[in-house]
Design a protein. Sequence first.
Length: 55
Amino acid sequence: MGCAYGLSALHICGALKGREGAHHVIVDPFQNTTWRGIGLENLRREGIDFVELIE
Ligand SMILES: C[S@@+](CC[C@H](N)C(=O)[O-])C[C@H]1O[C@@H](n2cnc3c(N)ncnc32)[C@H](O)[C@@H]1O
């Protein structure tokens, strides 16, 4: 649950990366407030471009 710094999402997306149709949905009501977007930024830094954030 959640994203925070994106650690679990990085592991999940690492396993999905390169697969056709890869898509990861993250539900976190506080990613852009409390966490100031750092989880999404860390995913972006790793070249993960198939996440969807639902806040
Ligand atoms: C301990 S962190 C874990 C984050 C991630 N699963 C990881 O291990 O890297 C908990 C996260 O849950 C989020 N959170 C809090 N309430 C939530 C809710 N009702 N639904 C989804 N996420 C929530 C917090 O903002 C925080 O990012």
